[in-house]
Ligand binder design. Sequence first.
Ligand code: GLU
Length: 313
Amino acid sequence: MVPDLPALVDEIATTMQAMEDRGQVASYIPELAKVDPAQFGIAIATADGRLLVGGDADTGFSIQSISKVFALTLALGKVGDQLWDRVGREPSGNAFNSIVQLEQEQGIPRNPFINAGAIVVSDVNLGGHQPRVAIGEMLRFVRYLAGDDAIAINEEVAASETATGFRNMALANYMRAFGNVRHPVDLVLGSYFHQCAIEMNCRQLALAGRYLMLDGRHPDGGRVVSPGRARRINALMLTCGHYDASGDFAFRVGIPGKSGVGGGILAIVPGRASIAVWSPGLNENGNSQLGTQALELLARRTGWSVFSPPDAR
Ligand code: GLU
C-alpha cells in the first residue's frame, strides 16, 4: 500500500485541530502548565528522504522524556552493554516517576525510559565531568542527528523543573544510597533536567529520529549506532516508551514510540519513517492525547506496523 502521504498528513492535522477533548497539559512542571493546549503538529521524515509536515510542525516544545532515547544512545556508546548491569530492560507497569519498585529491586530501575532509569543514564553520561560538558555533548548530538544547529535548551523549563523536581531528587538520592548513582545528585539532576528541557519542533524531532528508521545510519552516510543497537533501542521504545501505557500503545499503534510530558511523541517505522507528533494535552497515562490518536490514525491508514509483513507496509 502506498498512501498519499501529503494528503494524509493534511487530513490528520485538520482532524486533530478540530478535536475538542484535548487532554490536560502537564502541570507538575510550572513552566509546562503555561502551554496553550489548542495546538497540534506532525512531521514525517521518510526513508526516501522526504519531509512532510502539518499543523503546528514549526512550533517548538519541550521534548522532556523523548530526550531519554538520545541519552540512552549516547550512554550505550560510552559503556556499551555494561549499562544493563545498572538499568533493566523490562516494562515497569508503574507510573514514570514511581519510587516503589526501586526498593524491591535494590536501586536498579526497570528500564532507561522511566525517570529512575533515565537518571542512571544521566549519571553514566556525566562520566566525571561537569553537567555543562554532558549537556553540551547531548545538544551537539541532537543537532547533528537533526542537521539543525538552532536546537537549544529552554532555560526557563530547566529552572522550573530544578525548583520543583522533588520526586526526581528522591529517586536520585535513593539510587545513590544503593550506589547506582555515582556522581553528586545535584550534578546528575542538573544534567537530566537540562536534557529534558531541550526544545524542538516536530520537523526537527522527526529528522533527529531518522537513524532509528535507517538501522542506525545517519542519512548523510555516517553511522550513529550499529544496526543491532538501533533495533534494540526501537525494541525498548515499543515495550517501555509510553510508561505504564506501553502495552496499550503497541496494541493501538503497533510501532516503537517514545512520549514526553511536553506532549510530543517520536515514533519509528523501521525502514519507512521517523514521525514526530505534538499536542500538549495529555491523557490519564501522561501521554499526548491527540498525538496518540494521530499515530493510531496514521498507522491504520498506512498499514505501518512492526507486526505486519514488510510488503503490507
Ligand atoms: N522531566 C520530566 C520529569 O522528570 C520528564 C517526564 C516525562 O516526560 O515523562 O518528570
